[in-house]
Design a protein around this ligand. Structure first.
Ligand code: FAD
Length: 387
């Protein structure tokens, strides 16, 4: 029997998308979100065609397109000489090649658009200010007063819903730190491209920059290694941590260094990833998004995977007996997530290369036409989720 109702823990990208995807299949859901209000949490997101195709199917893409930016290119640039290393065309090329647009947007904008659709949908009920932390389904049902056929843990990298799944993944510090800040577009140095996503590459670090059009600002994320004393996203680092960041960029172009030195409000994000483990209990609980498989952001696919998970899970539980659907979900999604993790690790290796490896990287990339680099991304961006 397909399910008749679901309870969702977390109204982030995965949870809200899951509610809409279930509603599209006629299944009502109740979402429990710990935050009292969904406000400006997080940073910019690149949304690739594999995700935007789903947002279109859920009827929310039209609300994003007028406000987001569709970058012309994804550029790789030397962080010291500012020499262009390679680029992949995006914009209309992305739509033609991968069948859906590529956009940059603030996470809060995406969440607001998803929330608007959830609020307007009579099959979705959202409860804010509900932090859930239980270790059994019975306790969950008693606390929430909802006896849903399926509980979906969409509560992010620090998921408490994992306690409902024996052998669930646990998060571990990756050794990587992301520093994030924004610069008003009017004050941004001219080396920041107003029309594209740019990744500046250097030994042991890279810097991703792109415009967030709706905020008239640049989203900037500096990625490097470091140590973590905190489990929080969105905290300002200590002086020692900031000094470490600046040391990591010491050999870089002077304009980039100055930009980093001037950021007193940069937020410090220790990056945790979920290890191996089960995503469901074989019966009535499943984990999706970062709760199941938080990964490094170096392929810019974490939110996209949360969206794919939500959409594919809804299709499976709407058409099969629940235990079979949960087995299929994990079996079907695991290889794709594993391949994306490998891709993110490869990107980190290539982006942070030094010495002869860097020279070889630059040579290989300069010899490959943009079309051929785009072909490498077909399996990610051209993926069509089963809904
Ligand atoms: C620096 C950086 C850059 C990134 N860039 C990109 C990018 O360009 N493209 C991309 O696709 N991805 C990117 N990502 C990844 C992306 O942000 C995440 O993968 C995505 O937000 C995960 O969505 P989620 O819904 O699983 O979790 P979250 O977005 O973390 O949402 C979880 C929700 O659950 C709620 N919650 C938590 N615990 C409880 C509880 N106990 N009870 C009730 N509610 C709870 C939280 O308040 C939150 O609302 C990036 C990540 C980082 C760190």
């Amino acid at each position: 029997m397909p399910i008749k109702s679901a309870a969702i823990i977390g109204a982030g990208i995965a949870g809200l998308t899951a509610a809409l995807a279930l509603a599209r299949r006629g299944i009502p859901s109740t979402i429990f979100e710990q935050a009292e209000a969904l406000t400006e949490v997080g940073a910019g997101l690149q949304l690739s065609p594999n995700a935007t195709h789903i947002l279109d199917a859920l009827g929310v893409l039209d609300a994003l397109v007028p406000i987001w930016l569709e970058p012309k290119e994804i550029r790789l640039v030397s962080g010291s000489s500012l020499r262009a290393i390679a680029s992949v065309p995006s914009g209309s090329f992305a739509k033609a090649r991968w069948g859906a647009p590529y956009g940059t947007v603030h996470r809060a904008t995406l969440q607001r658009v998803l929330l608007g659709a959830v609020t307007a949908n009579p099959l979705c009920t959202l409860h804010l200010g509900r932090h859930l932390d239980t270790t059994s389904r019975l306790a969950f049902d008693a606390i929430t007063g909802v006896e849903a056929d399926l509980v979906i843990g969409a509560d992010g990298v620090w998921s408490k819903a994992r306690a409902l799944v024996l052998g669930a993944p646990s998060p571990g510090f990756s050794g990587n730190i992301a520093w994030r800040f924004t610069i008003p577009e009017a004050l941004a140095p001219s080396i920041l491209d107003r029309t594209s996503v740019t990744a500046f590459l250097g030994s042991s670090a890279h810097l991703v920059c792109y415009p967030i059009r709706e905020n008239a600002a640049f989203n900037i994320v500096a990625n490097t290694s470091g140590s973590s004393a905190s489990h929080d996203w969105d905290t300002t680092g200590t002086e020692a941590q900031q000094a470490h960041l600046l040391r990591r960029f010491s050999g870089w172009n002077a304009t980039i260094r100055k930009m980093l030195e001037q950021q007193e409000q940069a937020t410090f994000w220790p990056l945790y990833e979920a290890g191996a483990g089960r995503w469901h209990n074989g019966k009535d609980v499943v984990l999706i998004g970062d709760a199941a498989h938080a990964m490094m952001p170096f392929a810019a696919q974490g939110a996209a995977m949360a969206i794919e998970d939500a959409f594919e899970l809804a299709g499976m539980v709407a058409s099969r007996p629940l235990p079979e659907a949960l087995e299929l979900f994990e079996r079907h999604r695991t290889p794709r997530i594993a391949r994306l993790r490998q891709r993110a690790a490869f990107n980190q290796f290539a982006y942070h290369a030094r010495g002869p490896v860097r020279l070889a990287r630059d040579l290989v990339l300069s010899m490959r036409p943009p079309q051929s680099l785009a072909a490498d991304l077909d399996w990610i961006y051209g993926y069509r989720a089963i809904g």
